[in-house]
Design a protein around this ligand. Structure first.
Ligand code: HAM
Length: 418
């Protein structure tokens, strides 16, 4: 009897893992260039860490369970709450700002489809301690820099501000939890007119504000017209100043969208999302913004912002643009031409491994079959260990691309680079 994988999970074969590790390497490199340092947290957390801010409704979308001692636990659905728990427990007294990054698997009990899985990976950063507008600019810059370094072409950056919307809702007398519900409805693409009416909000300013989207100057002008004379204009001005600083990071290609709501409840200010145009329904490859969690987890209130890439969607987007060629990775195959040469072939392979990946032919294949294997595997170089050459202290090197073969002294092997 064969077993199948649990629904919504995937196996990654070697060819795929080579590509994933390559992309992961680029992501880590860029995070580190900006001074972010890696942290790791457990795959499962106390259930209440996740429900504290998001409420009990989130349990439907979680893998939650009781362990043998009856503790209520959950597999992490994301990494911001765990990172902030770690900050509150261990790092509150570190000097600021604190720049953290993570790369790890997350679990959500969702209906699987292309680009949506029950186990998926996130790569993200959290910037703790600065509330300067350039801190907002920095996290957006890091995300865009990752995409540019990976040479992704078709992506769209949209920036909004949930803080302004929350403030407008608050001044209409709407409670925090009601705000969460409304913002959540917007994130799901539902119309909020009804919800607002039910909550007793007069006028159509808020829905009209949330529909403002497009080129920066036009949207800011429209917002100023819509909110004329209101105190909230000060926040629009601050948001506009943040965009100025962001442009100093070289980010000019984006849309301002006051309709960005984000699915998670903890956002309080600037929010942004990045979409890969070539992906279908699940095209959001990155999301983040300014949020407040430290105080929810028993720490002091502190300004925090961050984002996470959906790593699997990032892979799909790169794949769709043909950016992930699994070209020859410099592997080498060593083939003994007969049983007597196996010992020498093992010694030759050991020398090559000092510099590069090297495999030994293990199936006792005849030379022709071994070369066909190298060809099929895309192995660019084969060393043939034959009796006649060995007698002269040499072996044959075959370039699989050109078919050329030349003799090489075994003494020269260690210096061989190609
Ligand atoms: P999120 O938008 O829920 O934000 O998730 C971040 C990214 O994870 C999404 O943009 C998406 O690409 C990917 N993602 C989410 N669910 C799935 C899934 N079921 N399958 C595949 N990919 C998925 C957060 O999680 C926040 N913690 C981001 C953040 C960090 N905000 C501040 N700091």
């Amino acid at each position: 009897m064969q077993f199948s994988r649990p629904r919504g999970t995937r196996d990654f074969l070697p060819g795929e893992m080579i590509k994933r590790r390559y992309v992961e390497g680029v992501v880590r490199k860029i995070f580190e260039r900006y001074g972010y340092k890696e942290v790791q947290t457990p795959v499962f957390e106390e259930l209440s860490l996740i429900t504290r801010k998001s409420g009990d409704e989130i349990r439907e979308r979680l893998y939650d369970f009781k362990d043998k001692s009856g503790r209520e636990l959950a597999l992490r659905p994301e990494l911001t709450a765990p990172a902030m728990r770690l900050y509150v427990n261990e790092m509150q007294f570190y000097s600021k700002p604190i720049r953290l990054y993570y790369f790890g698997n997350c679990f959500r009990y969702e209906r699987p489809q292309s680009g949506r899985y029950r186990e998926f990976w996130q790569a993200g950063v959290e910037l703790i301690g600065s509330d300067a507008p350039e801190a907002d600019g920095e996290i957006i810059a890091v995300a865009v820099d990752v995409l540019k370094s990976l040479e992704l072409k078709n992506f769209e950056l949209r920036i909004g501000n949930i803080g302004i919307i929350r403030k407008m809702l608050r001044s209409s007398g709407i409670s925090e939890s009601e705000q969460d519900r409304i913002i959540n409805a917007v994130d799901r693409g539902e119309s909020i007119e009804e919800l607002l009416k039910k909550a007793g909000v007069e006028g159509d300013k808020i829905p009209r504000f949330m529909k403002l989207a497009g080129e920066r100057r036009r949207v800011i002008r429209d917002a100023e017209l819509l909110l004329k004379g209101a105190e909230i204009l000060e926040d629009i001005k601050k948001f506009d100043e943040m965009l100025d600083l962001m442009e100093s990071y070289g980010i000019k290609d984006y849309t301002v969208d006051f309709g960005i709501a984000r699915g998670l409840e903890y956002y309080t200010g600037m929010v942004f999302e990045i979409y890969a145009d070539k992906l279908g329904a699940q095209k959001q490859i990155c999301g983040g913004g300014t949020y407040s969690l430290a105080d929810v987890f028993g720490g002091s209130k502190i300004s925090t912002r961050g984002f996470a890439f959906g790593f699997d969607r990032l892979m799909l987007a790169l794949e769709a643009e043909g950016k992930l060629k699994s070209e020859g990775d410099g592997r080498v195959l060593v083939v003994p031409t007969g049983e007597k040469m196996v010992g020498d072939a093992i010694r030759v392979a050991s020398v090559i491994r000092k510099n590069r990946p090297c495999e030994l032919e293990l199936m006792r294949k005849k030379l022709g079959k071994a070369l066909a294997y190298a060809d099929a595997e895309g192995i660019p170089f084969v060393f043939i260990v034959g009796e006649d050459e060995l007698a002269e202290g040499a072996i044959l090197l075959r370039n699989m691309k050109t078919g050329e073969q030349r003799k090489m002294k075994i003494d020269e092997l260690e210096k061989w680079r190609q």
